[in-house]
Design a protein around this ligand. Sequence first.
Ligand code: UFG
Length: 320
Amino acid sequence: MLVLVAGGAGYIGSVVTAALLEVGHEAVVLDDLSTGHRDAVPDGASFVESSLADVGQTLTADAGFDAVIHLAAKSLVGESEQRPELYWRQNVGGAMDLLDAMRVADVRRIVFSSSAATYGEPDTDLITEDARTEPTNVYGATKLTIDRMLAGESRVHGLGAVSLRYFNAAGAAYGLGERHATETHLIPIALQVVTGDRDHLSVYGTDYPTPDGTCVRDYIHVADLAAAHLLTLEAVGPGEHRIYNLGCGSGYSVREVLTAVREVTGHPVPDQDAPRRPGDPARLVASSDRIAQDVGWAARRSLTDMVRDAYEVLQARGTP
Ligand code: UFG
């Protein structure tokens, strides 16, 4: 297939692009480089520097695209609560521009990077796709809105669409790892302590109703995420909108992640107890049974793999 990867210069998008190329697909990466990196675009992919507002110039009827993978989005929960208008404009407005262009060019297949943030505060231990969706922040609300747009586009215009609800993406693959100007995620921050770029890590909240009082998350290796994109891209049919959770089905607390980072790297990671971060649910763990049953996907890589692979890429790069 010839696939347009919107956001393919970002962390997850670049790994998805490399995975597409590895199995013989062709990829055109479209990215405005607002948070992505030109040098993250894998060799073998074409690159177009463009915002989604101009995607119609690339996604033309005669360009021959078979499908789109859409990962271009603003993705910081905290920022979304500071600048909601930016998130609605970029995420929802961008998705509308993309769907318009796909309709005009008659490209009828899309895989979209949705999020666990669509669920908000879960009331079950394992979150299935049928769980209540009540996002607690603007970022999650924009992702849920796009999921609903895809449902309508499928029903009315016959689009084949997949919403992949990532839980906590981590790790690295194909030499590509996380590299955010503003780093907010647990494992990259812990590794910055390991490499001496920070002197400690703040543990946000130690009084949650969890076994050790810190938040529990379902960490999922970025290579496992990429595999799910490829499988669902091929499986989805016209007029379908499929929603799939992507997680391992097991949760790790902040303290357990820090233990893994210390064990894998052999470095101390000083931490300090800190107040809760606003908007953090106590526990977010996925049931990924639906995608396992439908397309045979399962997470294959462990938390240790995620930390080790992220650390290796960081060491190879020489900077955080
Ligand atoms: N944490 C710390 N200290 C830090 C950073 C994080 O204690 O310095 C904690 C957080 O409070 C949280 C856990 O580590 O309990 C994981 O935090 P991350 O920021 O790594 O990830 P989130 O769970 O907040 O965010 C992830 C995705 C988002 C998505 C969200 C859904 O990265 O895109 O899940 O709730 F929106």
